[in-house]
Design a protein around this ligand. Structure first.
Ligand SMILES: *Cc1c(COP(=O)(O)O)cnc(C)c1O
Length: 360
């Protein structure tokens, strides 16, 4: 069904392919597993998986995501980062040839009870807690699990995850890097930030996520400076335009009072679409004539911008909320969060519209 909605998230697959190519260059000859958890960071897992021909494999957060992806990608490895929670989960993963991360002793025991090495059994991944203290086995438990799995004929991949890859000078990062380097082959440690900081240690497999979508992962460098392009551009159109006399208010709670006679445009997109209600007044919205500031409170289905100084902006015009020309990270910074959160919270009401000039 064609959408009549003004709001849409344009998904630029050429940008995605170019970001993936950059990840490949950073990875040298290592295998690149594209991280597509949380519906590919809000971009749509099916769309992104379909454009990730150059990825050697994929990572998802949980089993449901893994099973959904397996239906789309019959052959390549799919790593389930949180593993399976019980025997039914272990069995479902086996059936779909999903690679399980084992991060607790219970998961290691469950895996060894239910799996035998075989041609169709993917090797398990063992996660080392090298200092982030979120998931993973300590080094003694990891060594024991690795020995037991090897005794059963498995060749586990050892992985770890960095807490401070965006600030590589942090002492915890140095400590985790040293632990990662000592993992021994085959191993996997790097996310986007570590990959972009040329911090690839002993990895055989790297796990970039946000960089593939053109989002920021390093504190010091913008995605643009690194040669990454935003994949998602969130846009909508102007639903109404009115003149508000000086002294009148706009929106719920009469939260904004016009300091002069003002032209106010109402844009068809609100917090019900995942545009955070807490974005402050003055947040930039990009029109064809330039930046218009957000005024008044954001509603569920709409928001208002001041176009007094942009006389050419008219009813029906398309505006950009984030993406090309307006980095999502800039909005995220104003809220004290990161682009990842805004992207993954974009609501299901916003149609994802694919733009793919290379592939008709
Ligand atoms: C989400 C995730 C990644 C990808 O991280 P980015 O910062 O998006 O590159 C890699 N590894 C693990 C274990 C993750 O949870």
């Amino acid at each position: 069904m064609a959408s009549h909605r003004y709001a849409r998230a344009l998904i630029d697959l050429q940008a995605f392919r170019s970001n993936l190519a950059l990840a490949r260059r950073c990875a040298g000859g290592r295998a690149v597993y594209a991280v597509v958890k949380a519906d590919a960071y809000g971009h749509g897992m099916a769309t992104i998986a379909g454009a990730a021909e150059a990825a050697d494999g994929f990572c998802v957060a949980d089993l449901d995501e893994g099973l959904q992806l397996r239906a789309l990608v019959p052959e390549r490895p799919i790593v389930v980062l949180q593993g399976a929670h019980d025997r039914a989960g272990m069995a479902a993963a086996a059936e779909a040839a999903l690679t399980l991360v084992l991060h607790t002793p219970e998961q290691v025991a469950g895996f060894m009870e239910t799996r035998r090495p075989g041609a169709t059994t993917p090797q398990p991944w063992l996660e080392l807690d090298s200092g982030m203290h979120r998931l993973g086995l300590d080094s003694a438990a990891l060594a024991a699990a690795k020995a037991e799995l090897e005794a059963q004929g498995f060749s586990p991949v050892v992985m770890t995850h960095f807490a401070c890859a965006d600030t590589p000078e942090a002492s915890l990062h140095q400590q985790q890097r040293a632990a990662a380097a000592a993992l021994g082959a085959p191993s996997s440690a790097c996310n986007s930030a570590a990959l972009l900081a040329s911090d690839v240690t002993g990895d055989q497999i790297v796990r970039p996520g946000i960089m593939l979508y053109g989002g920021a992962s390093l504190a010091e460098q913008t995605p643009e400076a690194l040669g990454l392009a935003p994949v998602m551009t969130l846009t909508s159109r102007i639903l109404a335009v009115r003149t508000v006399p000086a002294g009148d208010s706009v929106g719920y709670g009469a939260g904004w009072v016009a300091p002069r006679e003002s032209h106010i445009a109402t844009v068809a997109l609100g917090y019900g679409d995942g545009y955070p209600r807490t974005l402050p007044p003055g947040t930039p919205v990009l029109t064809a004539a330039g930046i218009a500031p957000l005024v008044g409170r954001i509603s569920m289905d709409s928001l208002t911008i001041d176009i007094t100084d942009l006389p050419s902006v008219a009813l029906g015009d398309r505006v950009t909320l984030w993406g090309k020309g307006l980095p999502v990270d800039q909005l995220a910074a104003a809220l004290g969060t990161i682009g990842y959160e805004l992207l993954t919270r974009l609501g299901p009401r916003v149609p994802r519209v694919v733009e793919d000039p290379d592939h008709g």
